[in-house]
Design a protein around this ligand. Structure first.
Ligand SMILES: *Cc1c(COP(=O)(O)O)cnc(C)c1O
Length: 384
C-alpha cells in the first residue's frame, strides 16, 4: 500500500526529467508535454535563463520573511501591474491563497460579505476559495462551507442581474473557465459584469490563476475584453514551476490591507521572486506574446479537421489554452495519447485540454496534433 494519501487519481507514469516541451519517464521514453503541469511550466522545462536566476539567488539568500523591506518584491510587483488598472501586489504561494486574499480584501474593503461567482468555476481548495467554486464535486463532504457565495450560470446575463443586490461585495470570474471545461466568457457577459460593478460600486475580481502570464495570448486574459478588474489573482504560470501566487489590487484598495491585516511566512520568498521576475520579463515581451498568438492560431488550425467528425462537438479557447469537447468521455483518448507519446490533461469528463508550454515549437505542435487527430478519428471508426 502507498504511503501517500490517494487524493489524486495518479497515472502510472513517473516523469524524471524535462527539456522544453519534452519530458522523459524512468524507462527513458519521451513525451510531448501538453499539460505544462496544468498551465504552470509556460516557458518549458529546464529553461536556461530561469535555472540561472534560481541558481544565483540560491547562493545569495533563500528566505528572510516579510519583516523586512523587499526591493525585489517591489520590482516584481511593478512588472505585474504596469499598464493595467492594478497598482499593488501581495505575494503568496498558490492560486487558492491568492483567492483567499482576494476574498478577504473584498470583504474588508466593502464591509459587505456576498460574492457572486459562476457555476462550473474553479477557484481553489481552501475553505474560502472552495466555497467560491461553482462545482459541487469539489465541495462534497466538506460542509458547512463559507457563507454568502452566490453562484450564477456563466455567460447568462439575466441570472447575474437577479443575483445583484446591496449586500454584494464583489463579482468573481474567470475569463476562461479552465477546470470547468475551457469555456470562454462572451463579450456581452463581460460587458454586463463590468457595467454592474461600475454602476453599483461592486468590486470585480478576476481569477487569472490559469489564464494569466500570457497563456491566452495577452499578459492577462481580461485584456482581451472591456474589463477593468479591481483585483486579479495569479499563480500557476508565474513561477514556471517554482511555487508563487499573487493578488494584484487597484489603488483604492491600498488602505484596506494595512499592516497586520493579512500575511504569509513564505509569500514573496526571494527564490520565488527571482524566478517570477525572469518569467515576467520573458513572458510579457510583446514579440513573445505575438508568437503565443500565432502558435495558438496554428494549433487551432491543425486540430480543425476534427470538427468535421461527429464525435467532436466544439473546439474552444484562445492562445495556448484550448479545449476540444467530445461527445463521449475523453479518458481513453488521454490514455492512448500517453502511449503514443503525448501528455494531455482533461478539463472535466468530455473536454481534452491542450496546454503546451508557450515556448512550444511549430514542429511539436504538428507532431502533437497528428497524434491527437489520428487517435480521435480512428477511435470513431472503431466505435462505429
Ligand atoms: C488552479 C487554479 C486555482 C487554484 O490554484 P492552486 O495553486 O492549485 O491553489 C484557482 N483558480 C483557477 C482558475 C485555477 O485554474
Amino acid at each position: 500500500m502507498s504511503s501517500l494519501f490517494h487524493n489524486y487519481a495518479r497515472r502510472p507514469l513517473s516523469i524524471v526529467k524535462g527539456q522544453g516541451t519534452v519530458v522523459e519517464d524512468d524507462s527513458g521514453k519521451s513525451y510531448l508535454d501538453f499539460t505544462s503541469g496544468i498551465a504552470v511550466t509556460n516557458l518549458g522545462h529546464s529553461h536556461p535563463a530561469i535555472i540561472d536566476v534560481l541558481h544565483r539567488q540560491s547562493e545569495k539568500l533563500w528566505h528572510i520573511s516579510n519583516l523586512f523591506d523587499s526591493p525585489e518584491q517591489e520590482k516584481l510587483a511593478d512588472a505585474l501591474v504596469s499598464d493595467s488598472p492594478l497598482s499593488h501586489a501581495f505575494f503568496c504561494n498558490s492560486g487558492t491563497e491568492a483567492n483567499e486574499a482576494a476574498i478577504k480584501l473584498a470583504r474588508k474593503h466593502t464591509k459587505k460579505s456576498v460574492i457572486i461567482t459562476c457555476e462550473q468555476s474553479f477557484h481553489g481548495r481552501t475553505f474560502g476559495a472552495m466555497s467560491a467554486t461553482g462545482q459541487e464535486k469539489i465541495k462534497q463532504g466538506f460542509g458547512p462551507l463559507l457563507e454568502s457565495f452566490r453562484h450564477v450560470p456563466f455567460n447568462q446575463l439575466d441570472a447575474l442581474e437577479e443575483a445583484v443586490d446591496e449586500t454584494v461585495a464583489a463579482i468573481m470570474i474567470e475569463v476562461i473557465q479552465g477546470e470547468g471545461g475551457v469555456h470562454v466568457i462572451n463579450k456581452a457577459f463581460a460587458e454586463k459584469v463590468q457595467s454592474i460593478c461600475h454602476d453599483k460600486d461592486i468590486l470585480l475580481i478576476i481569477d487569472e490563476v490559469q489564464t494569466g502570464i500570457s497563456r491566452t495570448g495577452s499578459r492577462y486574459a481580461f485584456e482581451q475584453f472591456e474589463l477593468e478588474p479591481d483585483i486579479v489573482t495569479l499563480a500557476k504560470g508565474l513561477g514556471n514551476g517554482f511555487p508563487i501566487g499573487a493578488m494584484l489590487g487597484s489603488a483604492k484598495l491600498f488602505d484596506s490591507f494595512g499592516p497586520g491585516t493579512h500575511g504569509t511566512t513564505f509569500g514573496g520568498n526571494p527564490l520565488a521572486v527571482s524566478v517570477a521576475q525572469k518569467v515576467t520579463e520573458l513572458a510579457f515581451d510583446p514579440s513573445f506574446i505575438q508568437q503565443v498568438n500565432d502558435k495558438g492560431t496554428l494549433l487551432k488550425e491543425l486540430v480543425s479537421p476534427l470538427l468535421n467528425n461527429s464525435s467532436v462537438k466544439e473546439i474552444r479557447g484562445t492562445g495556448l489554452l484550448l479545449g476540444i469537447e467530445l461527445t463521449s468521455e475523453v479518458s481513453s483518448i488521454v490514455k492512448q495519447a500517453e502511449q503514443a507519446g503525448l501528455l494531455l490533461v482533461p478539463a472535466g469528463s468530455h473536454v481534452i485540454r491542450l496546454l503546451p508550454p508557450l515556448t512550444v515549437t511549430r514542429e511539436e505542435l504538428i507532431s502533437a496534433s497528428t497524434i491527437l487527430n489520428d487517435l480521435i478519428l480512428s477511435k470513431v471508426s472503431i466505435d462505429s
